[in-house]
Design a protein around this ligand. Structure first.
Ligand code: TMP
Length: 235
């Protein structure tokens, strides 16, 4: 483990530590897993190391294709050095195939290939269960500016285009995913992580689930699914 300063924040899956540089923080990836707003808790062995490696790889790929991210470098198995963000209190979800929250919200089956990607804003609040909101809510409550919303929307669609193509080449459908953004030096950067915790990955053809739904829905072989996704991402 690299030396790090005081703990700034502990979330459900990660801890943030200060560094000597006030502009940089360390993201430490835990094995802890929660679902349904932490009503279900568990551990997924080696998840922290897996999600750190996968996110580090994907952030570098996205940077190279013009998506600015908070990634600086991978420090160790479970530690990533990142630019310190003032988090925008929104979670972006993009969906390519119906599943999870969208299937439930609209009472439709999972697995329908959408005619176009569906972009959703959610208000980042554990207490409220990250409710779905629209641009008006965000602007009326000054959660972000309209320029920031436009930037986040464009970057999110670019992430979807990039990652959908990247995973398709590896035999995986990117069903949906969640992104978080923050402000750093007046610029909007992609933050958080990109991993089986934050994406739905289905094997093409079989639709075998290779993501956190195996934990959420007690499908078994959770660790193996995370390791298989890491292998596929790095190949
Ligand atoms: P949902 O269908 O439950 O709304 O989830 C959409 C995507 O967002 C899915 O890929 C899993 C991810 N996600 C998170 O990263 N964090 C969360 O707290 C939730 C509910 C979903």
């Amino acid at each position: 483990m690299a030396t790090h300063g005081e703990q700034l924040y502990e979330g459900k899956a990660k801890i943030l530590y200060a560094t000597e540089d006030p502009n940089l923080v360390i993201q430490y990836f835990k094995d802890d897993a929660t679902a349904f707003n932490a009503q279900k808790r568990g551990t997924i062995m080696d998840k922290g190391a897996c999600n750190n490696k996968m996110s580090s790889h994907l952030f570098q790929l996205l940077e190279a294709s013009g998506v600015p991210t908070h990634f600086v470098k991978q420090l160790s198995d479970r530690e990533m050095l990142v630019k310190k963000l003032q988090i925008v209190p929104l979670e972006v979800t993009i969906r390519n195939i119906t599943a999870g929250g969208m299937a439930k919200l609209l009472g439709i089956e999972e697995g329908i290939v959408l005619a176009r990607p569906v972009f959703e804003w959610h208000y980042k609040s554990d207490a409220l269960g990250d409710p779905l909101i629209n641009d008006d809510h965000i602007l009326a409550l000054n959660l972000a500016t309209s320029d920031e919303l436009e930037t986040i929307r464009q970057l999110s669609h670019r992430v979807n285009d990039m990652l959908s193509a990247y995973f398709a080449k590896r035999g995986i459908d990117l069903v949906d995913f969640k992104l978080e953004f923050g402000r750093h030096d007046g610029q909007i950067l992609l933050g958080d992580e990109i991993s089986p915790d934050t994406c739905r990955f289905w094997e093409q053809g079989t639709r075998r689930k290779l993501d956190k739904d195996r934990f959420r829905r007690d499908l078994g072989d959770v660790e193996a699914a995370y390791q298989e996704m890491l292998r596929r991402v790095l190949e």
